[in-house]
Design a protein around this ligand. Structure first.
Ligand SMILES: [Zn+2]
Length: 348
């Protein structure tokens, strides 16, 4: 029985105490490191949570008024919100800066606010902002440019043309803008018949030979015969997608046989057999396939000015706002329409 009781003077007692101490210290340090680690994670979570939600309008007011960040930093932040499509936050920042910011940058900040309103689609508010800028500084071409765009989007073409006159006084070349606005005005006039619209558009086109795509897209849609009669073969490449979609019964074979590009295009589509090869890769493949494969052309549109790519045709680039800079690019793709019609025919 005495074997189980060790006297405290016994050297074995010291060794046991030593190991107990080591155990306690190891356990405590392990517990402490785990506790710190969890605490760190919780702190990081709390820190990251701040960035998941955007500051509220109230928080923004307090932050901007406190002046901890410079006005330039706030403008940069607003611009980055706007670039990411968060127009609401960008507008809130601009509005607060206008209240507390320096008077020196007031007009510039007002312009940025107007531009953001325009991008966000608040056309009436954008109009008021640009008119306010022009009331005090009538010779501000940037504000005039945007006011013209606002009126154009509001379909107030007469007012947009008035703005273009002010730009003309500032020695800006407005030929394209005037032709484009007049063409839009004709196309959106519900009281005018298609024939009158077509004649008026052709008159504008003949004056400066611009807006080819816009005019011929309409002509081929409403009056293919008139389109072919006024067709300029040198513009064939620019109109490839429109020509590709012309109904076979509306083709003018006299014009097509006289132009190499048109001969290749309609041989590739399978309407005629007037070309054995083509320098255009896509046409060449389709000519050699001779309609044996479910292949067709698909189109995309590139702005020659800013290189933005669009899946649809445009006359004014929505990115850089330049007119008549669209260029059509095409590639081979599967013909889903033919697939669908063959499936339907197989049930008959
Ligand atoms: Zn562009």
């Amino acid at each position: 029985m005495n074997l189980f009781f060790i006297e405290f003077r016994d050297p074995l007692f010291g060794i046991i105490i030593f190991f107990v101490l080591i155990f306690v210290i190891t356990f405590f340090s392990y517990w402490w490191s785990t506790f710190r680690k969890n605490k760190d994670y919780r702190h990081l979570d709390r820190f990251l949570r701040q960035f998941r939600s955007l500051p509220s309008q109230k928080e923004l007011k307090v932050l901007i008024k406190s002046g901890e960040l410079s006005e330039k930093s706030w403008l940069l932040l607003a611009q980055s919100y706007s670039k990411n499509g968060n127009y609401e936050k960008s507008i809130e920042i601009y509005n607060e800066i206008l209240k507390v910011g320096s008077k020196q940058n007031y007009r510039d900040t007002l312009f940025l606010l107007g531009r953001t309103y325009f991008k966000a689609g608040f056309l009436e508010r954008a109009k008021q902002i640009f008119l306010e800028i022009l009331k005090n500084n009538p010779r501000t071409p940037q504000a005039l440019d945007y006011l013209l765009l606002v009126y154009e989007h509001m379909r107030e073409y007469a007012l947009a043309l008035e703005v273009s006159e002010s730009l003309d006084e500032l020695n800006r070349d407005i030929t394209n803008d005037v032709a484009y606005l007049k063409s839009l005005s004709i196309l959106n006039d519900v009281k005018t018949s298609n024939d009158v619209k077509a004649t008026s558009l052709l008159k504008i086109y003949r004056a400066n030979h611009q807006l080819t795509y816009m005019v011929f897209e309409y002509l081929f849609r409403v009056d293919p015969k008139l389109a072919w009669n006024n067709f300029d073969s040198s513009k064939s490449e620019l109109l490839t997608d429109i020509l590709w979609q012309v109904n076979p019964k509306d083709l003018d074979l006299d014009i097509i046989t006289q132009n190499g590009y048109l001969r290749e295009l309609y041989t590739a589509r399978g309407d005629i057999e007037l070309a054995s090869k083509s320098s255009v890769f896509e046409f060449d493949v389709l000519i050699n396939l001779k309609n044996r494969a479910n292949a067709t052309l698909s189109f995309e549109y590139i702005c020659d000015n800013c290189k933005q790519v669009y899946p649809f045709a445009f006359s004014r680039c929505s990115h850089c706002h330049s007119i008549d800079t669209s260029r059509v690019e095409f590639s081979l793709s599967k013909d889903y329409h033919r697939d669908f019609s063959e499936e339907n025919n197989s049930f008959q």
